[in-house]
Design a protein around this ligand. Sequence first.
Ligand code: TXA
Ligand code: MG
Length: 327
Amino acid sequence: MGDRVLPADRPESIRLAAEVIRAGGLVAFPTETVYGLGCDALNPDAAAKVFEAKQRPTFDPLIVHLADRSMVDTVAKSVPLSAQRLMDTFWPGPLTLIVPKQPAVPDLVTAGLPTVAIRIPDHPIARSLIREAQTPIAAPSANPFGYVSPTTAQHVCDGLGGKVDLILDGGPCPVGVESTILSLAGARPELLRPGSLTLEAIQAIIGPVDRATSAAETVHVPGQSPRHYATRTPVTVLPAPRVWPVLQGYERVGLLAMSEPRDIVGRFHTVEVLSPSGDLREAARHLFAALRKLDALGLDRIYAEPCEETGLGFAIMDRLRRCATPA
Ligand code: TXA
Ligand code: MG
């Protein structure tokens, strides 16, 4: 791989990575959702390196990752009761909460917003790294801005090779789709990004949640800009499951199928099946790796089969649509 990649299951790796963070460097590390590109969340110079490495616009704020609840007060000025109940239920886990920020969090990390995005990842390596570094870690997904998020250390090398001080290889991410982002900084709870924790699960704890309209999304969450998570190859989302397109013979076309497709022998150049049995968790886990695989083949087009938009299917369809929106 050429880059400094260390196996994450060794204590020395974590110690070294924590030193890099404390010294203001960049460490890519696994979380349960996707790999993050981490830096000391309280060091503005370190945060500047993250934006530089990703070519990320500075109006797009970062998520601050914590090792445990005792770190919340370092970065959050106040935590509404609804946020506390969600933390009790879903942390550690793929739920990012937007709350008022402490002045200690640099403006660059929050893009000048009075709020901060926080979560405790449900991944032992991520939490050991934060604990060992003794500071919250700001980390966006470890991919160049706008591209598909990484779910393996190899994906990180492919996109950011040479721009990261150290990559902790903890194997493939078990969940595969980014965290759900919920703002609790306004009058009513608002979903800013669907993710791997379902909206249904959140509403079961705190009641109705507003959904950001697409206009509001582009203001609040730049990472939600229409064409994000995008492949280089054009993607078309099919109108319904198992409804295959009429293909022109000269086109090299790939299919991203939700489950094992039937009767399509020879139609597509390549088929990637997200879950043979149509299990949404399995599909989410394989989604980004499958998109990257298809994207590497230099196809003319990728057709993506849709899934039902409930539960985890909401986040999967959100990512597919953002991949498919024309630039
Ligand atoms: O699962 C995840 O959330 C992964 C892992 C590494 O934790 N992280 C991730 O980060 O997906 P990123 O930077 O790719 O997406 C974070 C999103 C961005 O779209 C950003 O705009 C939004 O969070 N965000 C961060 N702080 C915010 C704030 N104060 N208010 C509103 N949105 C915020
Ligand atoms: Mg991202």
